[in-house]
Design a protein around this ligand. Sequence first.
Ligand SMILES: Nc1ncnc2c1ncn2[C@@H]1O[C@H](COP(=O)(O)OP(=O)(O)OP(=O)(O)O)[C@@H](O)[C@H]1O
Length: 197
Amino acid sequence: MRLEANRIGFRYGNDPWLLKDVHFAIEPGEVVGLTGASGRGKTTFCRILAGFEQPLEGEITLGGKRIQNKGIHPVQLVLQHPEKAVNPRWKMQKVLNESGQPDPELLTLLGIKQSWLSRWPNELSGGELQRFCVARALSSNPRFLIADEMTTMLDAITQAQIWQAVLETAEKRNMGIIVVSHERKLVQRLCDRVVEL
Ligand SMILES: Nc1ncnc2c1ncn2[C@@H]1O[C@H](COP(=O)(O)OP(=O)(O)OP(=O)(O)O)[C@@H](O)[C@H]1O
């Protein structure tokens, strides 16, 4: 089912329009890069696609139907800073279970060690924590995953491992991926096509 943004308009409060008449579409299984200068509104647009923000104009549709904002969203967003995305008062096992029972194969693919499950978020490195955020996002079996600077803060090895796991999972499930990154080489390597916002 195609994910589509039709004539999206958005602004914060009385600020000038940040997004106006934005059209975007992605098919299942596609990997699409989303670029644009800093402050252009990429993260805001991703938040709209994932249902965290309502557009002031236009609509987001999945398979031609407006996405219902209840239950687990079919578009999952993973951001740059995993420490902001987990509840610091929950141990990792609980963080993981937030979106359903994770597949043990997926945890292995992401290099998540069993011993990490009984730790608190502040007892893990940024890279370890980000693996959990990716696992949590993928555990809900989304149709589309948005990676907004998902591996920007991580070392090359962790970055490669996470991307390999995500791409392998996407291929198996025919899941689409939107890649937001300032790293031109990464975008070129991963994406079927690139869209400028
Ligand atoms: N909650 C908010 N309230 C008001 N303004 C905001 C809010 N969030 C973002 N903005 C503003 O909206 C604009 C777009 O921000 P956004 O993070 O969407 O851009 P971006 O393209 O992702 O930028 P970058 O590449 O630097 O991450 C910026 O000028 C930002 O200051």
